[in-house]
Ligand binder design. Structure first.
Ligand SMILES: C[S@@+](CC[C@H](N)C(=O)[O-])C[C@H]1O[C@@H](n2cnc3c(N)ncnc32)[C@H](O)[C@@H]1O
Length: 206
């Protein structure tokens, strides 16, 4: 938890309590349903929570923005972002029912009221959002083709609506076919921990 306060010193008492609850909740759920690799649960706050919050370092979503997390698994990056941006609405979606069950139960337990959940493939989702976020789901070009239908035309944020993906490693081959305005952010510019040395955020304007 101290690591979150280091990079986000203005968290409210409620946010601190919600973030602090996550370790016990994910540990318990992970013992029943594997949503985070077992050896990684000890790294929950750096590898999962802080990584998800990297998005909050590059963009501050305007209140009432609607954001969909595609392939959220156990709730990343959607749950940390929903805690961080309580004035925004998050829609978390995954095609594996048991993972969505874990994310739903954790959100309910910590009293997150700005999140909805859906068990389905993103191909079936018709609702439109200001932004799509995603981590470790599919190559950028494939995701872009599917979620183009889900981006609103009207702009609410200073940042144009689009897709925001947490990525690692070499990205040039993945980004080359994307014929849209793309910006890459290095997470090592925001966070000092070794884990972030190769981690990036890719923003694609839609
Ligand atoms: C490696 S996991 C990543 C989970 C989470 N985003 C994270 O970073 O911890 C990939 C997830 O994407 C989901 N997924 C893959 N393709 C999908 C699709 N077309 N629609 C919805 N979910 C999908 C899988 O079910 C899986 O839970």
């Amino acid at each position: 938890m101290e690591i979150l306060k280091k990079y986000f010193p203005n968290l409210s008492p409620q946010q601190i309590q919600q973030f602090a609850s996550l370790y016990a909740l994910y540990s318990d759920w992970n013992a029943k349903i594997n949503v985070i690799s077992r050896k990684d649960i000890e790294n929950l706050y750096i590898h999962h929570v802080l990584h998800s919050l990297g998005i909050a370092k590059m963009i501050s979503f305007t209140s009432e923005s609607e954001i969909m997390d595609v392939g959220t698994g156990g709730g990343f990056p959607g749950i940390p972002l929903a805690i961080f941006f309580p004035e925004c609405k998050f829609h978390l979606l995954d095609r594996i029912r048991k993972k969505i069950t874990v994310a739903t139960e954790i959100a309910k337990t910590i009293g997150l009221e700005n999140v909805s959940f859906r068990h389905c493939g993103v191909e079936e989702e018709a609702h439109k959002f200001d932004f799509i976020v995603s981590r470790a789901v599919m190559p950028l070009g494939d995701l872009l083709k599917i979620v183009r239908k889900n981006i609103k035309q009207e702009q609410k944020n200073a940042f144009p609506n689009g897709l925001i993906c947490l990525k690692g490693g070499e990205l040039q081959a993945e980004i080359a076919p994307v014929k849209r305005r793309t910006i890459i952010y290095d997470l090592k510019d925001y966070f000092d921990e070794e884990f972030f040395v190769t981690k990036k955020i890719v923003y694609v304007q839609i």
